[in-house]
Design a protein. Sequence first.
Length: 181
Amino acid sequence: MLALTSLSLGIFLFINHLLALIAPVPCKKFLQYFLRSHLWGMLLLTISGIWVFLLVTTIDLGEFSHMRHLMLFAIIVSASLFGWLVSSFLAVRALGFILLLAARPILEMTFLQSGFSPLLLSVLAYLWIIGGLMLVGIPYLLRDIITTITNPKHQRLWALVSYLGLIYGLLLFLGGILSLS
């Protein structure tokens, strides 16, 4: 499972950052559109709400197990209210939720594992946690970052970020291949 995760995340990062290098103009336009997109916000918020709902239905809540139905109801209500009342940077905040949720299974998978691939996956998961917290708490920071890297004056910065993602994706892919053998 660890090798498959490393391979798939490596391919995902490699392809996305390769697209950013090959076709920077559509990628920059999409990033600028994504910031204020209500459609993407509702889609990602729905995915994260369903993810949390399924997580609470299957996880051991210990002494709070008797409150499971109340928690499930609260998840539905809070996700609905969040989508209705928080309109500014909804897509950015929902992306932060997704990153925070995605870090958990990766960290569980790499727990007490040694090697190149678990190290790369753990670093990625902790970057997702830090990024997710920042996206939820201060979403305008992503707007400022995207404004900076998509500025035509900063072509080298766009290329640097794209190459870093490309290299990290390649390293994850190679780590997944090494984990298979």
